[in-house]
Design a protein around this ligand. Sequence first.
Ligand code: ADP
Length: 255
Amino acid sequence: FNFTYKPLRNAEGKVYAILHAAIDVTKQVQLQQQKDEFLGIASHELKTPVTSIKAYAQVLERMIRIEGDEKKANMVQKMDFQLNRLTGLIRDLLDVTKIQSGKMTFSPVKFDFDLHIKEIVDEMQHITSQHYINADLNSSSVVYADKERIGQVVTNFLSNAIKYSTDAENIDVKSFLKDNEVILSVQDYGIGISKESQHLVFEQFYRVGGNLQHTYPGLGLGLYISAEIVKNEGGRIWVESEEGKGSTFYFALKI
Ligand code: ADP
């Protein structure tokens, strides 16, 4: 039940009665739960066929490259890029349902931070021919965290850097140690984010406003999920940006 009350006043402003209301929210809560459950099941069901198509596309690309037909191979590479986007969207939807039901799990392991970042940079470089991703990795650290989830944050930063800097060529990735933290930054030279919006980008469903929504597709979930992951690992996440000049996204983990 949701309880509310409201004092009723006469012409002089004196309270002559108090109106109490108890609203039965059982139905609303049930509907919300059903919606969350549906979203969870739907994204899970979508994941399996898409993963399978993606695996076939990758094999196909390799086979065509061996045969030497670059044009066809590039078409399949484009399919792979779009399938990556689709997989990412499905994973984001699944993750949001996990966060909301408190079921997001973390399995920490020890791993070489710079090595893992390098792997992700190479993967992302493979799917963009328009950008050059410079990696200056100097943390020389072994961290204890969920490796996959940290990779997911880096992938989110990089795919945003690619998406929001279509006119720029370079993206700079850096890792370094400062005090007791290992810090990762992804800098792009794209559209940037206004001062007023910077604190909103980590919120669920927050998206660029106005016409830009059509230019840059997305669900507005990647940074929200990234923030949840970093917070869960006991770290910090933030952005520095100037409109029209570009953005630098950071996260820091204690070591
Ligand atoms: P999405 O990209 O799907 O909209 P995100 O949660 O990843 O969702 O980002 C939220 C919003 O933050 C974006 O819609 C965009 O307005 C802004 N944003 C994120 N990364 C960048 C970036 N590198 N440059 C400019 N704006 C960005």
